[in-house]
Design a protein around this ligand. Structure first.
Ligand code: ADP
Length: 208
């Protein structure tokens, strides 16, 4: 996060004289307390400053890297997940290809009659199945999909950083967000590399 000139001045004053009250900082900068309030709020939210009632503001002494690590542990799957696109395991490869285009996604999650996760279909899975001369309307997706128990998944309370690590480790583009039930896993969302990119940008702009 880039600080403006006034925020830099505030930080300098607090570094040298903290703990110090908002009123006192305002006086030194010839500003009113109200004018200063948004800047103090930003510096506190970003983790540069901390405030204690009846004591005032003090400098946390955290480095940029520490603040970044702090922020990484605030980004959860539930805040960035997208709507999942699921198909039934009995549909054909042809229909799965149509669904992928219509829904504009790169990964489809395959569910059984009870709506429980049984497989994953990627773009290349479908391309591979299309190379042969077979009739695509006759091949069910369940013979070409990646199936349980080999599916990497995540839950809505997981951290985005852990999901990003899993995508790299498994060399895949997406994870289903699941809810565990007695019978199996229900698909309630998806996290793709696009969601990770959005979280990355939010981190840079402090728009968490
Ligand atoms: P693509 O195959 O289009 O490059 P991916 O890299 O996502 O897309 O998929 C690579 C392989 O991994 C495919 O065979 C796919 O079925 C499988 N795959 C994709 N997502 C998952 C997942 N969450 N868990 C396990 N396997 C997956």
């Amino acid at each position: 996060m880039e600080l403006n000139k006034r925020q830099e001045q505030i930080l300098q004053i607090v570094k040298e004289q903290g703990p110090i009250t908002g009123e006192n900082i305002a006086e030194q900068l010839n500003l009113t307390r109200a004018t200063l309030r948004p800047d103090l709020a930003i510096l506190t939210m970003a983790g540069y400053l901390d405030a204690r009632p009846r004591v005032g503001y003090f400098y946390t002494g955290k480095s940029g890297a520490q603040l970044l690590t702090d922020n990484l542990t605030k980004i959860y799957v539930k805040d960035y997940q997208s709507i999942p696109v699921v198909v039934n395991d009995s549909i054909s490869v042809y229909d799965a290809i149509c669904t992928m285009f219509l829904e504009d996604v790169g990964t489809l999650f395959v569910v059984d009659q009870q709506s429980l996760l049984v497989g994953v279909l990627s773009r290349k899975d479908l391309l591979r199945a299309s190379i042969g001369k077979q009739e695509l309307t006759n091949i069910p997706v369940n013979i070409i999909m990646t199936r349980m128990p080999n599916i990497a998944m995540c839950e809505k309370e997981d951290l985005m950083i852990d999901v990003a690590k899993k995508l790299i480790e498994k060399q895949i583009d997406a994870l289903p967000v699941v809810k565990k039930t007695e019978k199996g896993y229900e698909v309630i969302g998806r996290i793709t590399k696009t969601n990770i990119t959005k979280a990355f940008v939010a981190l840079a702009t402090e728009d968490l």
